[in-house]
Unconditional design. Sequence first.
Length: 1169
Amino acid sequence: MAIFTRGKSKAINSPRHLTIRHARRSAVLHKVSRGILAVEDASIPHLNPGQEKLNSYWAPSLEAGEEHEITVTQTIAAPTVPPLKDADNKPLRLVSEQDFFVDAPQFSLPAGSVYSVYPPHGYPDDHRILPHVVLSDPHLPWERMGSPASEKDGHADDRNKVPWLALFSFTNEELKLPENALGGKSYKQTGTFTVKMSVGELRGIPNVANPITDDMGLHVNDAEGEFIFLKPDLFKNLFSKFDDKNKRQDSGGPETTRYQYLSHVREINTAGMAVAGVEEIGIFSIVVGSRSGPLDNKAPVSVFVHLVSIEGVEGMGSFPTKDYVALCSLHSWSYTVMPPGMLNVHEAFDNIGKTLNVLRPSDSVTTSLDKGGKVQRRIAARLRDGYSLVKYKTQTGEQTVALYRGPLTPTVVGPTVLKLSEDVAKACSNSGQDLQILDREVGIMDISYSSAWNLGRTLALGNEAFCAALYRLRAAIHTRAMKETKIDAVRSTGSQESYRSRADVLSDLKQTIEYLDGLHVGDPGHVSSPDFRIGPPRKRWQRPRLSRREYPLLHYNSSKIKDEYLERAIEAALDLGKATDESIYDETNTPKSTDWMIVLAFVMDRMFLSGVPAHYMISDPSHLPPESLRFFYIDPSWVDALVDGALSLANHSGEDRDRVAIKYAINAYLTHYPEHHPEYTPQVPRYGFYLRSDLVSMFPDLKVEIESDPPICQAPLLRHEIVTDGVMMGLADRQPGLPEFKSLVFTQPPHQQRFAAAWKLTQDEIDIDIRKQYTISQEEREKDADRHEALKPGIKMKPTDPNNWFVWSTEAESGTDDVRLLRLPFFAEQQLSLLRQWSDDEVNKGHQKPFDDDTPNSALLAMQLTDPIYSLTVKLQGASSLSTNMSPRTEDSSAPKAPRTLISTVPSRITPLVPPDEDEGEDDGDTTASMTAEDTSIPSQLGRHEDYRVEPHVSQTNLAPHVRAIPPLAPRLPSSPPTVSRARESPGGGGTATAPKYNCMVYSQANDKNQVETTGENLPQDLIFSIHVEDNENSDYQLAELDIRIALGPVKPEDHRLMQNYNGPGPRMLSNLRFNVVSAMDKRGGINYLVLRILPRSSTKLIKITKVQDLSFLLCLAQVNKFTRDSPRESNITNVALQTEATYRAHQGDTVKYGSFNARLKNDDVEPA
């Protein structure tokens, strides 16, 4: 949701925006302290954390609703050179005028305009609470005119401005319309009793008055909106003034100036807030309702709140007398008013502090298991460690149960706690399967780290930018490392002169010229290199050559490359992980490689658990019950497996050493001390908490603070989010309970505080405490020890008292509460009067004047109406549940904590199927470096007779290694006796019992004339079997199998067969993946058949024929028979008959339909006898 920031947005599009913003601010302040950056360029927030600034209104420069005029004047002067005596050199003045209207919301609000509401939709609250709405645009309430009369003729108030928005609350009876109430027509009302219609339709209802006029826009009748319909008496109560006796004054028409005290603007520092915290400063407008909930309810009552437009209400002249008055509702919601004594926000805050525990099942779940046998006690121990039993399917398909725990654990865990060997704990994984741990006591597999590895890989695959950047980064590391390693391998085989780079050649250029100059002299003293030894003319350029055995192997897995590659790859990764100033890139400077920037950001986001699904984080809902606060530890091994899975992508080299190099570069970032923070390394979360409470729904920006002693200059919260409605998550790098994290403070946010008519409001009485307000500096007001105490005496009134601050009813003696309104502007005027009187009393006591103001305004009234701000401080020091579970088991908690880094930094091992070639061997004396392969086979006189031919039954059982044997066709067992039909269906036949027709063709892949090409060498080719289903629209048949039967045999003039045999890879479907096609061998009547079976991929092994349109498939590498031609006059086409068998399930039972079609074999070659 957008937050208004005066165009100075500091939002960071990252789940780590709190950490990144703190680091960047530290870097900026470091530059300011060194004089590199001016203070005015540092963009430091002008409000400190916890501070806010209130304004009575923020009016836009131009208001919508009325016509504006712009005048442009241009003066043109064109003196002549030299000046003429009689020339008129007066400048030319041009004036242009243009009328225009300002476009602004009128009958509906743009998406995102409403930031939050209170009370939240559907939630309960007290009857004394005044509902309010927080708007993300601080100008919105004043973009239109709410009272044109108050701003004309010199009556404008520069301290207050009437908005065009007002907030009203109603009960069910006040808004529900009877049948045919609107002009004899019945309209459907929404859940908040609004009616959606066009403005023109509204204005056409005869018994409804409305404030809309033609002056509101050229096409106002075409606009659509949602409208509520009020009874005239209720409308009068909302837009009338009340006298000293609570009587409604008859001012002759609606009056809207009272609503200038109910809208104001708040500018806040958003530190510690989950939603607004994406910006440093947030500016919001707030509209407060002036009507309380019902006061006499004995049971919960629903109240419906509407943000309405009051534009044009003042211009209605007199109060309407029609049956209803329509107002446009721009936003609406409902909440429940509870009877007195049933709800207390203070108790809700206090209850949260009593639920402090770690993230795991309640003790009642594990206590019963502790009383069982050894297995039950072991399961109880695993449950206390945060594990859950989940369904698990093995790779072979068996359903079983497994243990799973997410990254959030109730206890501190690590590789030593898991009893993993160092090689296992630090080795990268290629599939995640090696990260599974078998619990031998219960015989159940722990799939926690295996699931994390696969999740990391899945998250990485879903991020296209990361995948591309990771591939390019790997390529850059691999290219540089291979180049350097190959050079080292060549030089280690020969000498340093075996490879010379361009820089080497240029640096030795002077010496080379000297050597060349001395070649013709033949003086050995001038030539020290054996490469320049003088020889005969024909052998002048002859050089010693290495034998084939002496050439070093330079492939990736050779021993010379493998031994040094990782070191070179780490050097390349560390270099790519630097900034342009050669320091380590830490997201506060400019990266040398943008690919590294993307990869580092993705990995750090995963270390902050961003993108991890909720069911991975919390494996069982019982770990986080309603209205609870739970702390947890972040398992570093789980996070390491997550990152390892993400970095496993784009590996094309087998043994993945580039992944290890990238991890070394990430660890270098995690362990470095930046210049702007020399005492600390980059922050990575280690601990955290979940808060599940209705308070999170009531106050989405519930402020969270971590108190430490002494204060630490690092970011207190590293990640702070509302993960779902009513659930807040916070991550930190400090152990709860230590001095650096001694308490956790939850406070109502300043822009989402509650507003109340009084601290006590009943049907018979109202008690108001007037709070002290100050216009002096913070330092001076803190000198007043009683600054949080209310003025004495308080205001206590009954409905019948004169000069009342609250209006119960127009008939005070009646005892009803049909009005329930703050009496404005009397309420604001009396507040100001009492504050001025208190201020004068302080001056008479010899103190500084604490308050100095002479105008009641909405900002001052808002501070009075604000309900007491509740703050919950959860003290963590000494909490038994935290000290027992959150303390590290293997390290001294008082010692400085080591930076959290990636653990698995050992390349994964891949055992080759074939042993690699030896890199070294004895010199075979071959100086020609011939690469001709030697024949090492043993001579043999054995062989087959030249007339021997392989029989089909032999080829089926003795195949090449790459060919799979085609199984014989197993007999099918029908569920019911089949009905065999050999007759073809009549063309155009329809009806529910009609079997479909199949249009079948066979052709070569490169042939477009439905023919099988056999011209030329007639090599094995792919055959396309095109099968289209027809006449299946109204059929009730269910297809069980469709077979294509191909008779096999040699070429015979009298008996045409498509193939003699088939030993190719097999068939595969082309488009319809609802089916599988498999091959089988069958024999009927002494003839061998290749059967291509098309089977549905469904659990019932059936599919409705009405859903089938295409069954085409490809038969790979079929050796087709070639029928020769004796003369050109003989046809080049040979027809081969293929058979079809379709098995159906219909209402009468199983049915088999037979058919056939022809394959056309084309041969353009002529081979005369």
